[in-house]
Design a protein around this ligand. Structure first.
Ligand SMILES: C[S@@+](CC[C@H](N)C(=O)[O-])C[C@H]1O[C@@H](n2cnc3c(N)ncnc32)[C@H](O)[C@@H]1O
Length: 208
């Protein structure tokens, strides 16, 4: 029962628990994955970045605080996380450097080629149809835009009993194949093995 509840919170943080606990927990537990994703993105001054499934907003704040690109946008399906991150990034939103909206990776609320970089950390497990999701990523990235996905290794995440409640786990090779099939090239992989988080990958591809 508890594992099912936690799995649902991770897929879509909600309610008081989501606001008070899930956001803080994601912030702490996934800091290493967010740092590696920023490294994989190789942001430049002219980049416009979209993060899909920002959770606590940790990655977006790191990018903004360090002035790593020209502007950012974030979408998430959790109303609680949208509210939380809209407050957290208020200063940047008012300055016109950040935009936070509701959005599902399978139907992104943006036009073609609006972003040069796109990232998503720990959301792949919850996508209903990865082909649709990756086609959407490709669409909102201009040609030459870069997509970075960060996710836990299948064998490591499979050891956590809660994964049976709504998680789809992927081997690294499956993700590489999915990106290539969707139209991404020059695929690069980085990995880390943190004591608390286990093994995780950061896969980056260029929109052709
Ligand atoms: C496990 S949390 C990860 C949050 C953050 N990226 C991190 O790693 O700490 C997953 C987040 O993705 C969001 N999410 C899940 N499915 C999504 C989808 N289809 N489109 C957009 N966001 C999604 C959830 O609401 C949640 O905020």
């Amino acid at each position: 029962m508890f594992q099912r509840f936690i799995s649902k919170q991770l897929a879509r943080p909600s309610g008081l628990f989501g606001r008070l606990f899930t956001a803080r927990w994601l912030e702490k537990a996934n800091a290493g994955m967010n740092r590696l994703t920023i490294e994989g993105l190789a942001l430049g001054a002219h980049d416009r970045l979209l993060e899909v499934g920002f959770g606590s907003g940790c990655l977006l704040e790191m990018v903004l605080a360090n002035n790593l690109c020209s502007s950012i946008a974030g979408v998430d399906v959790s109303r609680e996380m949208i509210q939380h991150v809209s407050g957290r990034l208020r200063r940047y939103i008012e300055e016109g450097k950040a935009e936070i909206r509701y959005g599902d990776i399978e139907s992104l609320p943006y036009g073609n080629g609006e972003f040069s970089k796109l990232c998503s950390v720990n959301t792949l497990y919850f996508w209903h149809d990865p082909r649709v999701a990756l086609a959407e990523c490709l669409r909102v990235l201009g040609v030459g835009g870069r997509l970075t996905l960060c996710f836990n290794a299948k064998a490591d995440l499979a050891q956590w009993p809660g994964h049976v409640y709504g998680f789809t786990l992927y081997e690294l090779s499956q993700v590489e194949e999915m990106l290539a099939a969707a139209g991404f090239s020059a695929i690069e992989v980085m990995s880390r093995n943190d004591p608390g988080q286990g093994l995780y990958y950061c896969v980056t591809g260029t929109a052709a």
